[in-house]
Design a protein. Structure first.
Length: 141
């Protein structure tokens, strides 16, 4: 059974993600701050962190970078991170921080579950809903 830590300072978002994810093969834990999330991860047993981009004074980018820093010198076990982004421009932040995946809001249960499954099996996941649609103009003859 895998354990997913959902990090958000919004109780409604944590409850929504719990509803999307929790089941017989997946346990969901919650944290409402970056500091709390880091402590839970450091204690061990977390397979994936799903973190909202903006969480109080320590958002997803800071949490992810701190996790990567602690992993780099052996203070914490490696754990995959899925960022929940607010807009297209935030994709840069997710990539820069070292997150293994991201999903752009609004949240879709299917995309969230697909991303979580990918990260739990060791893959990466980039939500492509942020990409603009390509419009091709063809010349008529």
């Amino acid at each position: 059974m895998a354990t997913v830590l959902v990090v958000s300072d919004l109780p409604a978002l944590r409850a929504e993600l719990r509803t999307m994810l929790e089941g017989p093969e997946l346990t969901v834990e919650e944290a409402e701050s970056g500091k709390e999330a880091l402590a839970i991860v450091k204690d061990g047993g977390v397979d994936l962190v799903v973190v909202d981009l903006q969480v109080g004074s320590m958002g997803a980018m800071a949490i992810t970078m701190e996790l990567r820093n602690e992993e780099s010198y052996g203070a914490a076990d490696p754990v995959a991170v899925l960022m929940l982004l607010d807009r297209r421009a935030d994709v840069f932040l997710a990539r820069r921080s070292g997150a293994e995946g991201f999903v752009v809001k609004p949240l879709d249960p299917q995309r969230i579950r697909t991303a979580v499954r990918a990260l739990l099996r060791g893959d990466e996941y980039e939500d492509d809903s942020w990409r603009p649609t390509t419009v091709r103009v063809t010349a008529s003859t």
